[in-house]
Design a protein around this ligand. Structure first.
Ligand code: LLP
Length: 424
């Protein structure tokens, strides 16, 4: 459920008419709903209520500080994958003991910043990383809390580019080697083993792959405890999917997920951490764009928008489906039209949808891409020298720009000319 609904034929973000925001900030732009963000966070929080737990928002999915603050105020921790994300989380006051650090390529410098600023745990992904962390922690006279990410070799049944739990993927250590790697970690100074970490992929639409992975984690917990390790925390990653198309069957709800976690891991008495990104932020955001032209092709109509692949890369990168709807519903009885929906960027990959049956629209009309909150703004670029688009946050009947559109001058001024090119 989200808070982007029509009222009197006009799409609203909570209580704000979307055309009002468009008039204030220009198109294209992203708009997020506070109510949807907090509702989705609370669904997870309540789903795990029977267990000691922390929901750490995977901020890679949407990292604007206003969004982070909204979620942190609701009680969320953060899952970060770079020192940049770590500093963003700290900048809005998330305490270090609510931040977990994931990722296969943490550098010594990143480890140092997190150890000095405070960290709940590092989710370590390899033995070389473990050795570097040991050296960094020892050098600072500190102890680094760690889990080790295991790769359970489970098929997440999702898009190949976002599956992470098979042995061919770069993530984690093979679960078959886990006992040896934990023994190695226990022998290194400066590390404190606190638990196990697993994350098998993103946009999962079934519970079965999670359950298969978590069962393996349950078995491993018993084995590692028998080996003498203290396993007090299980980080179960993120990955629960969302319905991108209105007519698709909805993926399992956080409540079902929570019940499954309780069933497979509850008996172990561990603290549970999860790292959902998309399910919290995905349906909490839309991308609003304006139609520039309607162009007649030989056998098709191209709807040319002012948003492009640099603003929302998911369709080009993963063949992702996003619902595209008219902001003003117009004549309720109007026949839907079929368009190839494209942006102005100079490559054919700049296509949002092919042969899409959707609301009939024309030049200057506004359209909205639904479910664009996750992996939308964060993956955007300035390709074709198109400035990054603004982000807006809505709270009931108020809205605020939470990242402004840079001017062309600001964008261009970031380049510098070397001395030898500057003539006197
Ligand atoms: N934890 C770890 C270690 C992850 O790698 C990820 C996502 C998450 C949590 C959050 O997963 P979520 O709950 O959002 O599914 N750009 C792609 C998705 C990449 C996901 C990367 N890792 C997309 O647009 O579909």
């Amino acid at each position: 459920m989200d808070h982007f609904l029509y009222r009197d034929g006009v799409l609203h973000a909570e209580d704000v008419p979307v055309p009002e925001i468009a008039a204030a900030v220009g198109t294209p732009f992203y708009v997020y709903s506070t109510a949807t963000l907090t509702r989705h966070f609370k669904l997870f929080d309540e789903a795990l209520a029977g267990m000691d737990h922390l929901v750490c928002f995977a901020m890679k999915s949407l990292s604007n500080q206003a969004v982070l603050k909204t979620l942190a105020d609701a009680g969320a921790g953060m899952d970060v994958v770079s020192v940049g994300e770590y500093l963003r989380a700290k900048a809005v006051g998330v305490p270090g003991d609510k931040i977990v650090f994931s990722g296969v390529g943490k550098t010594a410098e990143e480890m140092k910043v997190a150890l000095q600023g405070g960290i709940r745990q590092f989710n370590v992904e390899s033995e070389p990383e473990m050795e570097v962390l040991s050296a960094v922690a020892t050098g600072l006279g500190r102890e680094a809390p760690i889990t080790i990410r295991v790769n359970p070799n489970v098929d997440a049944k999702t898009h190949a580019k976002i599956a992470t739990g098979k042995s061919e993927n770069k993530f984690g250590i093979p679960i078959s080697r886990a006992r040896a790697v934990y023994a190695h970690a226990a022998a290194l100074p400066g590390l404190k083993i606190v638990g196990i970490d697993v994350h098998i992929g993103s946009q999962l639409t079934e519970l079965a792959p999670f359950e298969a992975a978590y069962q393996k984690v349950a078995e491993l917990t018993e084995q590692l405890r028998a080996d003498g390790h203290e396993i007090i925390r299980l980080d179960l990653g993120g990955g629960l999917g969302i319905p991108y198309a209105r007519n698709n069957e909805a993926p399992p709800l956080p409540t079902d997920y929570g019940a499954m976690v309780q069933r497979t891991l509850g008996h172990l008495g561990c603290e549970i951490e999860i790292e959902p990104g998309r399910l919290i932020s995905g349906n909490a955001g839309i991308l609003v764009s304006k139609v520039i032209y309607l162009k007649e092709g030989e056998d098709r109509q191209f709807l040319i928008l002012d948003a492009a692949m640099n603003d929302l890369i998911r369709p080009a990168m993963y063949d992702a489906y996003h619902d595209i709807i008219a902001v003003n519903q117009g004549d309720a009885g109007a026949e839907p039209a079929t368009y190839d929906v494209v942006g102005p960027v100079c490559e054919s990959g700049d296509t949002f949808a092919k042969g899409r049956a959707m609301d009939r629209v024309g030049p200057d009309d506004l359209v909205a891409f639904r479910s664009a909150g996750a992996y939308g703004a964060v993956m955007s670029s300035e390709y074709n020298s198109r400035p990054m688009i603004p982000e807006v946050l809505v709270h009931e009947d108020q809205f605020a720009v939470i990242r402004a559109r840079p001017t062309y001058e600001e964008m261009i001024a970031r380049d510098t000319l070397p001395e030898w090119l500057v003539s006197d």
